[in-house]
Design a protein around this ligand. Structure first.
Ligand code: SAM
Length: 200
């Protein structure tokens, strides 16, 4: 099994196994990202690249009246996430798709978040434009990326990932961009980024 490819886009039995692994090793980072998102009652939130669904489930538990959609290109991850959030009914809806083509109308989400997934979005500029499109004016984007998160070429995001990402966010029209690196409980560091779709 090509482990890195499975982390980037889990497929088949190997993908399901990698999904189980991610559910354990990334749990505390995903919880950090959901905390950073700080969902407010009644909001509608989208997670992109949810993998095994830990972020969807954590958010659903933390914010009982938030409506949550999710998109991930891996059929195995959609199935795993659906099992994980089944108890929340139609309030949490994981579906197949990619960041570059989000199947929602304009301005429907109060917030969008993603953990260890933005480094895989291709093309990045078009994907960020899609995120901006589905966010309401004033809506926020929260991204978490492990320094060791796998990239499409089988490398890792690395300790300077923000140097490339932040200009792309500005270029896509986001404002209020804040970022920080913090220690990861897996060793190395993790990047947390916040950005806002301008109110007008
Ligand atoms: C490393 S896993 C991270 C899963 C989970 N968010 C976590 O942190 O444990 C990356 C996930 O992003 C998904 N993904 C890959 N390319 C994507 C894209 N272009 N748009 C959205 N999700 C993507 C993969 O299918 C995979 O489930």
């Amino acid at each position: 099994m090509d482990l890195k490819r499975q982390f980037a886009r889990p497929e088949g039995l190997g993908g399901s196994l990698v999904g189980r692994l991610m559910a354990v090793i990334n749990k505390s980072q995903v919880e950090d990202v959901v905390r950073e998102l700080a969902p407010a009652p009644g909001e509608r939130v989208l997670e992109i690249g949810f993998g095994p669904g830990i972020g969807l489930a954590t958010l659903a538990r933390a914010a009982p009246d938030v409506r949550i959609d999710g998109v991930d290109p891996s059929a195995e991850m959609v199935a795993a996430a659906r099992r994980r959030v089944r108890r929340h009914g139609a309030r949490v809806r994981p579906q197949e798709g990619t960041a570059a083509e989000l199947p929602w109308e304009d301005a429907v989400f109060d917030a969008v978040f993603a953990t260890n997934s933005v480094q895989l979005w291709q093309p990045l500029a078009a994907s960020l434009a899609e995120v901006r499109r589905v966010l309401r004016p004033g809506g926020r984007l929260v991204l978490g990326v492990l320094e060791r998160a796998v990239t499409p070429d089988g490398g890792s995001a690395g300790p300077y990932f923000d140097a490339g990402l932040l200009p792309e966010l500005r270029e896509a029209g986001f404002t209020g961009i804040e970022s920080r690196w913090q220690p990861s409980n897996l060793g190395g560091t993790e990047l947390l980024v916040r950005a806002v779709r301008p109110a007008s």
